[in-house]
Write a protein that binds this ligand. Structure first.
Ligand code: GLN
Length: 554
Protein backbone atom coordinates (compact mmCIF):
# COMPACT_ATOMS: atom_id res chain seq x y z
CA UNK A 1 0.00 0.00 0.00
CA UNK A 2 1.25 3.48 -0.84
CA UNK A 3 1.90 5.98 1.94
CA UNK A 4 0.68 9.55 1.59
CA UNK A 5 2.37 12.85 2.29
CA UNK A 6 0.25 16.00 2.22
CA UNK A 7 1.91 19.38 1.89
CA UNK A 8 -0.03 22.47 2.92
CA UNK A 9 1.02 26.11 3.17
CA UNK A 10 0.30 28.78 5.72
CA UNK A 11 0.72 32.49 6.53
CA UNK A 12 1.38 33.74 2.99
CA UNK A 13 1.38 32.41 -0.55
CA UNK A 14 4.55 32.02 -2.67
CA UNK A 15 6.47 30.22 0.06
CA UNK A 16 7.76 27.68 -2.41
CA UNK A 17 5.51 24.74 -1.54
CA UNK A 18 6.11 23.33 -5.00
CA UNK A 19 9.86 23.42 -4.58
CA UNK A 20 9.72 21.93 -1.11
CA UNK A 21 7.38 19.15 -2.25
CA UNK A 22 9.61 18.45 -5.25
CA UNK A 23 12.69 18.39 -3.02
CA UNK A 24 11.05 15.90 -0.67
CA UNK A 25 10.14 13.73 -3.66
CA UNK A 26 13.69 13.90 -4.95
CA UNK A 27 15.16 12.90 -1.57
CA UNK A 28 12.82 9.94 -1.22
CA UNK A 29 13.67 8.77 -4.74
CA UNK A 30 17.34 9.04 -3.86
CA UNK A 31 16.59 6.67 -1.01
CA UNK A 32 15.39 4.10 -3.51
CA UNK A 33 11.65 4.74 -3.15
CA UNK A 34 9.12 5.21 -5.94
CA UNK A 35 7.26 8.47 -5.67
CA UNK A 36 4.28 9.99 -7.48
CA UNK A 37 3.54 13.67 -7.15
CA UNK A 38 0.32 15.60 -7.41
CA UNK A 39 -0.96 19.15 -7.01
CA UNK A 40 -4.52 20.05 -6.07
CA UNK A 41 -5.34 23.62 -7.05
CA UNK A 42 -8.23 25.41 -5.33
CA UNK A 43 -9.06 27.78 -8.20
CA UNK A 44 -12.20 27.18 -10.24
CA UNK A 45 -10.74 27.24 -13.75
CA UNK A 46 -11.27 23.82 -15.25
CA UNK A 47 -7.81 23.81 -16.74
CA UNK A 48 -4.82 26.02 -16.09
CA UNK A 49 -4.22 26.16 -19.87
CA UNK A 50 -6.53 29.12 -20.28
CA UNK A 51 -5.01 31.24 -17.51
CA UNK A 52 -2.90 34.29 -18.30
CA UNK A 53 0.82 33.98 -17.63
CA UNK A 54 0.52 37.35 -15.86
CA UNK A 55 -1.66 35.77 -13.23
CA UNK A 56 -0.34 32.31 -12.96
CA UNK A 57 2.99 32.00 -14.68
CA UNK A 58 3.63 29.54 -17.46
CA UNK A 59 1.36 26.68 -18.41
CA UNK A 60 3.35 23.49 -17.99
CA UNK A 61 2.61 20.73 -20.48
CA UNK A 62 2.96 17.00 -19.77
CA UNK A 63 3.61 14.13 -22.16
CA UNK A 64 -0.07 13.19 -22.17
CA UNK A 65 -0.98 16.71 -23.31
CA UNK A 66 -2.42 17.97 -20.07
CA UNK A 67 -1.87 21.66 -19.44
CA UNK A 68 -0.95 22.08 -15.80
CA UNK A 69 0.24 24.37 -13.06
CA UNK A 70 3.90 25.39 -13.19
CA UNK A 71 4.66 23.59 -9.94
CA UNK A 72 4.50 20.36 -11.94
CA UNK A 73 7.58 21.67 -13.72
CA UNK A 74 9.42 21.62 -10.39
CA UNK A 75 8.21 18.07 -9.81
CA UNK A 76 9.53 16.91 -13.17
CA UNK A 77 12.84 18.73 -12.80
CA UNK A 78 13.46 17.23 -9.37
CA UNK A 79 11.95 13.76 -9.64
CA UNK A 80 11.66 10.84 -12.05
CA UNK A 81 8.11 9.66 -11.24
CA UNK A 82 5.77 9.96 -14.19
CA UNK A 83 3.31 12.84 -14.20
CA UNK A 84 -0.02 12.51 -15.97
CA UNK A 85 -3.44 14.10 -16.11
CA UNK A 86 -3.98 12.70 -12.60
CA UNK A 87 -1.14 14.80 -11.25
CA UNK A 88 -3.05 18.08 -11.26
CA UNK A 89 -6.67 18.75 -10.33
CA UNK A 90 -8.49 22.05 -9.89
CA UNK A 91 -11.70 22.79 -7.98
CA UNK A 92 -13.29 23.32 -11.39
CA UNK A 93 -12.42 19.80 -12.54
CA UNK A 94 -13.60 18.26 -9.28
CA UNK A 95 -16.95 20.05 -9.43
CA UNK A 96 -17.34 19.35 -13.14
CA UNK A 97 -16.90 15.66 -12.53
CA UNK A 98 -19.34 15.62 -9.60
CA UNK A 99 -21.92 17.60 -11.58
CA UNK A 100 -21.55 15.24 -14.54
CA UNK A 101 -22.18 12.29 -12.21
CA UNK A 102 -25.24 14.05 -10.82
CA UNK A 103 -26.52 14.64 -14.37
CA UNK A 104 -26.04 10.96 -15.16
CA UNK A 105 -28.12 10.11 -12.09
CA UNK A 106 -25.27 8.42 -10.26
CA UNK A 107 -26.32 9.92 -6.92
CA UNK A 108 -29.83 8.47 -7.22
CA UNK A 109 -31.59 11.72 -6.44
CA UNK A 110 -29.69 12.39 -3.22
CA UNK A 111 -28.79 15.95 -2.22
CA UNK A 112 -25.31 16.54 -3.62
CA UNK A 113 -23.08 18.30 -1.09
CA UNK A 114 -19.51 19.44 -0.47
CA UNK A 115 -19.23 16.78 2.20
CA UNK A 116 -19.32 13.93 1.21
CA UNK A 117 -19.63 14.27 -2.58
CA UNK A 118 -16.94 16.84 -3.34
CA UNK A 119 -14.61 15.49 -0.68
CA UNK A 120 -15.13 11.93 -1.96
CA UNK A 121 -14.23 13.07 -5.46
CA UNK A 122 -11.06 14.75 -4.14
CA UNK A 123 -10.11 11.61 -2.22
CA UNK A 124 -10.62 9.47 -5.30
CA UNK A 125 -8.31 11.80 -7.25
CA UNK A 126 -5.64 11.32 -4.57
CA UNK A 127 -6.15 7.54 -4.54
CA UNK A 128 -5.65 7.34 -8.32
CA UNK A 129 -1.91 7.75 -7.77
CA UNK A 130 -1.65 5.03 -5.15
CA UNK A 131 -0.83 1.51 -6.34
CA UNK A 132 1.42 -1.40 -5.43
CA UNK A 133 4.33 0.03 -7.42
CA UNK A 134 4.27 3.36 -5.59
CA UNK A 135 5.84 3.76 -2.16
CA UNK A 136 4.81 7.36 -1.58
CA UNK A 137 2.24 9.73 -3.05
CA UNK A 138 3.02 13.38 -2.36
CA UNK A 139 0.00 15.67 -2.67
CA UNK A 140 0.52 19.41 -2.52
CA UNK A 141 -2.53 21.53 -1.71
CA UNK A 142 -2.41 24.86 -3.53
CA UNK A 143 -3.30 28.11 -1.80
CA UNK A 144 -2.95 29.02 1.85
CA UNK A 145 -4.65 27.49 4.87
CA UNK A 146 -7.58 29.74 5.77
CA UNK A 147 -8.58 30.43 2.14
CA UNK A 148 -12.25 29.71 1.55
CA UNK A 149 -11.40 27.84 -1.63
CA UNK A 150 -9.00 25.38 0.00
CA UNK A 151 -11.48 24.17 2.64
CA UNK A 152 -12.88 21.14 0.76
CA UNK A 153 -9.34 19.97 -0.06
CA UNK A 154 -8.21 20.24 3.56
CA UNK A 155 -11.35 18.46 4.69
CA UNK A 156 -10.65 15.69 2.18
CA UNK A 157 -7.06 15.17 3.29
CA UNK A 158 -8.21 15.13 6.92
CA UNK A 159 -10.67 12.35 6.10
CA UNK A 160 -7.99 10.53 4.15
CA UNK A 161 -6.09 9.52 7.28
CA UNK A 162 -9.32 8.22 8.80
CA UNK A 163 -9.81 6.05 5.73
CA UNK A 164 -6.33 4.58 5.43
CA UNK A 165 -4.96 4.97 8.95
CA UNK A 166 -2.99 7.74 10.63
CA UNK A 167 0.24 5.74 10.39
CA UNK A 168 0.02 5.84 6.59
CA UNK A 169 -0.29 9.62 6.25
CA UNK A 170 2.08 12.44 7.00
CA UNK A 171 1.07 16.09 7.04
CA UNK A 172 3.77 18.66 6.29
CA UNK A 173 2.90 22.30 6.78
CA UNK A 174 5.06 24.95 5.17
CA UNK A 175 5.01 28.20 7.05
CA UNK A 176 6.75 31.56 7.29
CA UNK A 177 8.78 32.67 10.29
CA UNK A 178 9.39 36.34 9.52
CA UNK A 179 12.23 38.42 10.92
CA UNK A 180 11.05 41.66 12.44
CA UNK A 181 13.75 44.26 12.13
CA UNK A 182 12.29 46.59 14.75
CA UNK A 183 12.19 43.81 17.31
CA UNK A 184 15.43 42.27 16.07
CA UNK A 185 13.94 38.80 16.26
CA UNK A 186 12.12 36.04 14.40
CA UNK A 187 8.40 35.90 15.02
CA UNK A 188 6.62 32.59 15.50
CA UNK A 189 3.10 33.90 16.03
CA UNK A 190 1.98 33.70 12.37
CA UNK A 191 3.05 30.05 12.37
CA UNK A 192 1.13 29.38 15.58
CA UNK A 193 -1.99 30.93 14.06
CA UNK A 194 -1.72 29.07 10.82
CA UNK A 195 -1.22 25.73 12.56
CA UNK A 196 -4.14 26.72 14.80
CA UNK A 197 -6.31 27.06 11.70
CA UNK A 198 -5.23 23.65 10.46
CA UNK A 199 -6.03 22.08 13.82
CA UNK A 200 -9.48 23.69 13.76
CA UNK A 201 -10.18 21.66 10.63
CA UNK A 202 -8.85 18.61 12.43
CA UNK A 203 -5.40 18.33 10.91
CA UNK A 204 -2.46 18.14 13.28
CA UNK A 205 0.64 18.67 11.16
CA UNK A 206 3.43 16.16 11.75
CA UNK A 207 6.17 18.37 10.37
CA UNK A 208 6.57 22.13 10.09
CA UNK A 209 8.89 23.42 7.43
CA UNK A 210 9.73 26.97 8.42
CA UNK A 211 10.69 29.36 5.66
CA UNK A 212 12.92 32.04 7.11
CA UNK A 213 15.54 34.63 6.23
CA UNK A 214 17.55 33.89 9.38
CA UNK A 215 18.44 30.70 11.20
CA UNK A 216 16.03 29.56 13.88
CA UNK A 217 17.55 29.47 17.34
CA UNK A 218 17.02 26.51 19.66
CA UNK A 219 14.50 28.58 21.59
CA UNK A 220 12.59 29.55 18.42
CA UNK A 221 12.28 25.88 17.59
CA UNK A 222 11.23 24.98 21.10
CA UNK A 223 8.57 27.64 21.06
CA UNK A 224 7.20 26.54 17.69
CA UNK A 225 7.26 22.89 18.80
CA UNK A 226 5.42 23.61 22.00
CA UNK A 227 2.75 25.91 20.59
CA UNK A 228 2.16 23.86 17.47
CA UNK A 229 2.22 20.51 19.22
CA UNK A 230 5.01 18.84 17.26
CA UNK A 231 8.28 17.28 18.43
CA UNK A 232 11.22 19.65 18.16
CA UNK A 233 12.99 17.55 15.53
CA UNK A 234 9.91 18.02 13.33
CA UNK A 235 10.52 21.78 13.23
CA UNK A 236 12.53 22.02 10.03
CA UNK A 237 14.32 25.17 9.03
CA UNK A 238 14.28 26.13 5.34
CA UNK A 239 16.31 29.29 4.97
CA UNK A 240 16.10 31.49 1.86
CA UNK A 241 18.44 30.34 -0.87
CA UNK A 242 20.15 33.17 -2.69
CA UNK A 243 22.41 30.97 -4.71
CA UNK A 244 20.24 28.30 -6.31
CA UNK A 245 16.92 26.55 -5.84
CA UNK A 246 18.79 23.28 -6.23
CA UNK A 247 20.18 23.80 -2.72
CA UNK A 248 16.75 23.28 -1.16
CA UNK A 249 16.97 19.46 -0.88
CA UNK A 250 20.36 19.75 0.80
CA UNK A 251 19.02 22.01 3.51
CA UNK A 252 16.19 19.55 4.15
CA UNK A 253 18.77 16.77 4.49
CA UNK A 254 20.77 18.91 6.94
CA UNK A 255 17.61 19.02 9.03
CA UNK A 256 17.16 15.24 8.62
CA UNK A 257 13.70 15.60 7.12
CA UNK A 258 14.18 12.56 4.85
CA UNK A 259 15.11 10.43 7.85
CA UNK A 260 12.09 11.65 9.79
CA UNK A 261 9.70 10.86 6.93
CA UNK A 262 11.17 7.41 6.36
CA UNK A 263 10.95 6.52 10.04
CA UNK A 264 7.50 7.96 10.63
CA UNK A 265 5.97 6.25 7.58
CA UNK A 266 8.09 3.11 8.02
CA UNK A 267 9.24 3.19 4.44
CA UNK A 268 11.53 0.52 3.00
CA UNK A 269 14.22 3.10 2.26
CA UNK A 270 17.88 2.72 1.40
CA UNK A 271 20.61 5.12 2.52
CA UNK A 272 20.61 8.46 0.81
CA UNK A 273 22.95 8.73 -2.19
CA UNK A 274 23.04 12.19 -3.75
CA UNK A 275 26.08 11.85 -6.05
CA UNK A 276 24.38 13.30 -9.13
CA UNK A 277 23.06 16.30 -7.22
CA UNK A 278 26.37 16.87 -5.48
CA UNK A 279 28.04 16.90 -8.87
CA UNK A 280 25.43 19.41 -10.05
CA UNK A 281 26.16 21.72 -7.09
CA UNK A 282 29.88 21.36 -7.67
CA UNK A 283 29.44 22.52 -11.28
CA UNK A 284 27.16 25.36 -10.23
CA UNK A 285 29.71 26.59 -7.74
CA UNK A 286 32.73 26.34 -10.04
CA UNK A 287 31.83 27.82 -13.41
CA UNK A 288 34.58 27.85 -16.03
CA UNK A 289 33.04 30.64 -18.08
CA UNK A 290 30.40 33.31 -17.86
CA UNK A 291 28.02 34.13 -20.70
CA UNK A 292 24.87 36.14 -21.17
CA UNK A 293 21.72 35.18 -23.02
CA UNK A 294 18.92 37.53 -24.06
CA UNK A 295 15.40 36.12 -23.87
CA UNK A 296 13.22 38.31 -26.08
CA UNK A 297 9.62 37.82 -25.05
CA UNK A 298 6.38 39.43 -24.17
CA UNK A 299 6.47 38.98 -20.40
CA UNK A 300 9.98 40.21 -19.58
CA UNK A 301 8.98 41.40 -16.11
CA UNK A 302 7.24 38.16 -15.14
CA UNK A 303 9.85 35.57 -14.40
CA UNK A 304 7.27 32.82 -13.88
CA UNK A 305 5.90 33.29 -17.40
CA UNK A 306 9.04 31.66 -18.86
CA UNK A 307 9.92 29.55 -15.83
CA UNK A 308 10.88 26.34 -17.65
CA UNK A 309 12.87 28.24 -20.27
CA UNK A 310 15.00 29.98 -17.67
CA UNK A 311 15.48 26.70 -15.86
CA UNK A 312 16.45 24.88 -19.06
CA UNK A 313 19.04 27.58 -19.84
CA UNK A 314 20.45 27.14 -16.34
CA UNK A 315 20.61 23.37 -16.79
CA UNK A 316 22.52 23.80 -20.04
CA UNK A 317 24.86 26.20 -18.19
CA UNK A 318 25.42 23.50 -15.56
CA UNK A 319 26.20 20.97 -18.31
CA UNK A 320 28.79 23.33 -19.83
CA UNK A 321 30.11 24.52 -16.43
CA UNK A 322 29.17 28.01 -17.46
CA UNK A 323 27.46 30.65 -15.42
CA UNK A 324 24.69 32.02 -17.58
CA UNK A 325 23.28 35.45 -16.98
CA UNK A 326 19.77 35.50 -18.39
CA UNK A 327 18.42 38.88 -19.43
CA UNK A 328 14.71 39.07 -20.22
CA UNK A 329 14.08 41.73 -22.88
CA UNK A 330 10.67 43.09 -23.71
CA UNK A 331 10.18 42.60 -27.45
CA UNK A 332 8.20 45.85 -27.73
CA UNK A 333 11.28 47.68 -26.54
CA UNK A 334 13.11 46.37 -29.61
CA UNK A 335 10.30 47.74 -31.77
CA UNK A 336 10.85 51.15 -30.17
CA UNK A 337 14.65 51.27 -30.02
CA UNK A 338 15.91 48.79 -32.59
CA UNK A 339 18.01 45.72 -31.75
CA UNK A 340 21.53 47.19 -31.88
CA UNK A 341 21.80 48.75 -28.42
CA UNK A 342 19.59 46.17 -26.74
CA UNK A 343 21.05 42.98 -28.17
CA UNK A 344 24.62 43.43 -29.37
CA UNK A 345 26.35 42.41 -26.13
CA UNK A 346 24.73 38.98 -25.81
CA UNK A 347 26.30 35.62 -26.57
CA UNK A 348 22.99 34.07 -27.53
CA UNK A 349 19.42 35.15 -28.28
CA UNK A 350 16.36 33.08 -27.46
CA UNK A 351 12.80 33.84 -28.56
CA UNK A 352 10.26 31.83 -26.52
CA UNK A 353 6.71 30.74 -27.27
CA UNK A 354 3.63 32.87 -26.90
CA UNK A 355 0.23 33.94 -28.13
CA UNK A 356 -1.18 37.22 -29.42
CA UNK A 357 0.18 39.90 -31.67
CA UNK A 358 1.75 42.23 -29.12
CA UNK A 359 5.52 42.42 -29.55
CA UNK A 360 5.68 40.16 -32.61
CA UNK A 361 7.58 42.65 -34.80
CA UNK A 362 10.17 43.10 -32.03
CA UNK A 363 10.73 39.35 -31.96
CA UNK A 364 11.10 39.29 -35.74
CA UNK A 365 13.65 42.14 -35.49
CA UNK A 366 15.60 40.31 -32.78
CA UNK A 367 15.75 37.18 -34.95
CA UNK A 368 16.93 39.16 -37.95
CA UNK A 369 19.68 40.59 -35.76
CA UNK A 370 20.73 37.10 -34.59
CA UNK A 371 20.71 35.79 -38.17
CA UNK A 372 22.59 38.67 -39.73
CA UNK A 373 25.14 39.03 -36.90
CA UNK A 374 25.76 35.29 -36.69
CA UNK A 375 24.73 35.16 -33.01
CA UNK A 376 23.60 31.75 -31.65
CA UNK A 377 19.80 31.65 -31.77
CA UNK A 378 17.20 29.31 -30.35
CA UNK A 379 13.54 29.80 -31.27
CA UNK A 380 10.76 28.01 -29.46
CA UNK A 381 7.24 27.53 -30.84
CA UNK A 382 6.13 31.11 -31.56
CA UNK A 383 9.89 31.81 -31.66
CA UNK A 384 10.20 29.35 -34.56
CA UNK A 385 7.17 30.83 -36.27
CA UNK A 386 8.73 34.31 -36.01
CA UNK A 387 12.00 32.96 -37.43
CA UNK A 388 10.04 31.63 -40.41
CA UNK A 389 8.30 34.99 -40.87
CA UNK A 390 11.63 36.84 -40.67
CA UNK A 391 13.26 34.49 -43.18
CA UNK A 392 10.31 34.77 -45.55
CA UNK A 393 10.36 38.55 -45.52
CA UNK A 394 14.08 39.27 -45.49
CA UNK A 395 15.73 36.31 -47.22
CA UNK A 396 13.10 34.87 -49.56
CA UNK A 397 11.71 38.40 -50.21
CA UNK A 398 8.08 37.45 -49.66
CA UNK A 399 6.65 40.84 -48.88
CA UNK A 400 3.96 40.91 -46.21
CA UNK A 401 4.71 37.35 -45.09
CA UNK A 402 3.10 36.60 -41.75
CA UNK A 403 1.34 34.03 -39.62
CA UNK A 404 -2.37 33.78 -40.24
CA UNK A 405 -2.74 34.01 -36.44
CA UNK A 406 -1.83 37.69 -36.75
CA UNK A 407 -2.70 38.68 -40.30
CA UNK A 408 -5.59 36.85 -41.92
CA UNK A 409 -5.07 38.78 -45.18
CA UNK A 410 -1.33 38.16 -45.54
CA UNK A 411 -0.37 37.40 -49.17
CA UNK A 412 2.13 34.89 -47.77
CA UNK A 413 0.72 33.01 -44.76
CA UNK A 414 3.99 31.15 -44.09
CA UNK A 415 2.56 30.00 -40.76
CA UNK A 416 -1.03 28.81 -40.92
CA UNK A 417 -3.71 26.74 -39.24
CA UNK A 418 -3.88 23.08 -40.04
CA UNK A 419 -7.19 21.88 -41.40
CA UNK A 420 -8.11 19.97 -38.25
CA UNK A 421 -7.65 23.14 -36.16
CA UNK A 422 -9.89 25.27 -38.38
CA UNK A 423 -13.18 24.05 -36.98
CA UNK A 424 -12.26 24.30 -33.30
CA UNK A 425 -14.00 27.03 -31.28
CA UNK A 426 -13.38 25.98 -27.64
CA UNK A 427 -10.29 27.51 -26.06
CA UNK A 428 -9.48 24.97 -23.32
CA UNK A 429 -7.38 21.91 -24.16
CA UNK A 430 -7.91 22.07 -27.92
CA UNK A 431 -4.42 22.83 -29.23
CA UNK A 432 -1.90 20.36 -30.61
CA UNK A 433 -0.78 19.20 -27.20
CA UNK A 434 1.66 16.85 -25.57
CA UNK A 435 4.38 14.47 -26.68
CA UNK A 436 4.72 13.88 -30.41
CA UNK A 437 7.45 11.98 -32.25
CA UNK A 438 9.78 13.64 -34.76
CA UNK A 439 12.41 12.39 -37.16
CA UNK A 440 15.66 14.31 -37.50
CA UNK A 441 17.83 14.77 -40.57
CA UNK A 442 21.11 12.87 -40.06
CA UNK A 443 24.04 15.27 -39.90
CA UNK A 444 21.93 18.26 -38.90
CA UNK A 445 22.72 20.36 -35.82
CA UNK A 446 19.56 19.01 -34.22
CA UNK A 447 20.52 15.36 -34.80
CA UNK A 448 23.98 16.09 -33.44
CA UNK A 449 22.54 17.68 -30.29
CA UNK A 450 20.23 14.76 -29.59
CA UNK A 451 22.71 12.12 -30.69
CA UNK A 452 19.67 10.44 -32.26
CA UNK A 453 17.33 10.77 -35.23
CA UNK A 454 14.08 9.77 -33.54
CA UNK A 455 12.89 12.00 -30.73
CA UNK A 456 9.75 12.90 -28.81
CA UNK A 457 8.99 16.40 -27.54
CA UNK A 458 5.98 18.23 -26.13
CA UNK A 459 3.78 20.58 -28.11
CA UNK A 460 1.33 23.36 -27.34
CA UNK A 461 0.23 25.35 -30.38
CA UNK A 462 -2.36 25.66 -33.11
CA UNK A 463 -0.33 26.98 -36.03
CA UNK A 464 2.27 25.23 -38.18
CA UNK A 465 4.76 25.89 -40.95
CA UNK A 466 2.91 26.21 -44.27
CA UNK A 467 4.26 23.45 -46.52
CA UNK A 468 3.52 25.42 -49.68
CA UNK A 469 6.73 27.34 -48.94
CA UNK A 470 9.04 24.47 -48.08
CA UNK A 471 10.93 24.22 -51.37
CA UNK A 472 11.35 27.94 -51.74
CA UNK A 473 12.83 28.21 -48.24
CA UNK A 474 15.10 25.20 -48.75
CA UNK A 475 16.49 26.84 -51.88
CA UNK A 476 17.60 29.70 -49.62
CA UNK A 477 19.46 27.44 -47.16
CA UNK A 478 16.82 26.83 -44.56
CA UNK A 479 17.08 23.22 -43.49
CA UNK A 480 14.00 21.39 -42.27
CA UNK A 481 15.98 19.21 -39.93
CA UNK A 482 13.06 17.80 -37.95
CA UNK A 483 9.63 16.72 -39.18
CA UNK A 484 6.77 14.57 -37.98
CA UNK A 485 7.39 10.91 -38.94
CA UNK A 486 5.06 11.23 -41.96
CA UNK A 487 7.11 14.24 -43.07
CA UNK A 488 4.07 16.51 -43.13
CA UNK A 489 4.72 18.80 -40.16
CA UNK A 490 7.86 20.88 -39.79
CA UNK A 491 9.20 20.44 -36.26
CA UNK A 492 12.71 21.93 -36.45
CA UNK A 493 14.32 24.44 -38.78
CA UNK A 494 17.97 25.45 -38.91
CA UNK A 495 20.14 27.64 -41.10
CA UNK A 496 23.14 26.31 -42.94
CA UNK A 497 26.05 28.73 -42.93
CA UNK A 498 25.07 30.26 -39.59
CA UNK A 499 27.05 29.66 -36.38
CA UNK A 500 24.04 28.11 -34.57
CA UNK A 501 20.51 28.94 -35.63
CA UNK A 502 17.90 26.39 -34.61
CA UNK A 503 14.21 26.74 -33.91
CA UNK A 504 11.63 24.18 -32.86
CA UNK A 505 7.86 24.06 -33.13
CA UNK A 506 7.73 22.11 -29.85
CA UNK A 507 8.71 23.14 -26.33
CA UNK A 508 12.05 21.52 -25.47
CA UNK A 509 12.15 23.36 -22.12
CA UNK A 510 9.59 21.01 -20.60
CA UNK A 511 11.93 18.04 -20.69
CA UNK A 512 15.05 19.60 -19.23
CA UNK A 513 16.44 18.56 -15.87
CA UNK A 514 19.26 20.02 -13.76
CA UNK A 515 21.01 16.66 -13.94
CA UNK A 516 20.26 16.16 -17.67
CA UNK A 517 20.15 19.30 -19.79
CA UNK A 518 17.79 19.19 -22.77
CA UNK A 519 19.84 18.59 -25.99
CA UNK A 520 18.78 21.71 -27.95
CA UNK A 521 19.33 23.96 -24.93
CA UNK A 522 22.66 22.32 -24.34
CA UNK A 523 23.67 22.85 -27.99
CA UNK A 524 22.53 26.46 -27.87
CA UNK A 525 24.37 27.32 -24.65
CA UNK A 526 27.44 25.41 -25.89
CA UNK A 527 27.42 27.55 -29.05
CA UNK A 528 27.02 30.69 -26.94
CA UNK A 529 30.00 29.68 -24.77
CA UNK A 530 32.11 29.20 -27.93
CA UNK A 531 30.88 32.44 -29.42
CA UNK A 532 31.74 34.24 -26.21
CA UNK A 533 35.25 32.78 -26.15
CA UNK A 534 35.81 33.65 -29.81
CA UNK A 535 34.54 37.16 -29.23
CA UNK A 536 36.74 37.77 -26.23
CA UNK A 537 39.84 36.47 -27.97
CA UNK A 538 39.00 38.66 -30.99
CA UNK A 539 38.60 41.74 -28.83
CA UNK A 540 41.81 40.80 -27.05
CA UNK A 541 43.55 40.56 -30.45
CA UNK A 542 42.00 43.85 -31.49
CA UNK A 543 43.21 45.62 -28.40
CA UNK A 544 46.70 44.19 -29.06
CA UNK A 545 46.74 45.38 -32.63
CA UNK A 546 45.51 48.80 -31.47
CA UNK A 547 48.80 49.21 -29.63
CA UNK A 548 51.52 51.35 -31.09
CA UNK A 549 54.71 49.41 -31.92
CA UNK A 550 56.60 50.93 -28.97
CA UNK A 551 53.95 49.80 -26.44
CA UNK A 552 54.81 46.71 -24.50
CA UNK A 553 52.65 43.70 -25.23
CA UNK A 554 52.76 42.30 -21.70
N1 GLN B 1 0.55 31.12 -30.96
C1 GLN B 1 1.25 30.09 -31.66
C2 GLN B 1 0.36 28.92 -32.01
O1 GLN B 1 -0.69 28.74 -31.44
C3 GLN B 1 2.45 29.63 -30.84
C4 GLN B 1 2.09 28.96 -29.57
C5 GLN B 1 3.25 28.81 -28.62
O2 GLN B 1 4.27 29.46 -28.78
N2 GLN B 1 3.10 28.01 -27.62
O3 GLN B 1 0.68 28.16 -32.87
Amino acid sequence: MSKHIFVTGGVVSSLGKGLTSASIGMLLEHRGLTVRMQKLDPYINVDPGTMSPYQHGEVYVLDDGSETDLDLGHYERFTEGKLTRDSNYTTGQIYQSVINKERRGEFLGKTVQVIPHITNEIKSCISKLADEDTDVVITEIGGTVGDIESQPFLEAIRQFSLDIGKENCLYIHLTLVPYLKAAGELKTKPTQHSVGQLREIGIQPDVLVCRTERSLSRSDREKIALFCNVPIRAVIEEKDKDFSIYEVPFSLVDNELDELIVRRLQLPAETLVLDDWQDLMQRLRNPQSEISIAVVGKYAAHRDAYKSIYEAIDHAGIAHCSQVRIQPIQSEQIEAEGPERLLSTYDGILVPGGFGERGIEGKVEAIRFARERNIPFLGICLGMQCAVIEFARNVVSLEGAHSSEFDKESPHPVICLLDDQKTITDKGGTMRLGAQPAELEPGSIAAECYGATSISERHRHRYEFNNVYRQQFAAHNMQFSGTSPDGKLVEIIELTGHRWFVAAQFHPEFKSKPTAAQPLFSGFVGAAVEHHAARSSRSHEASRSDREPWESSS
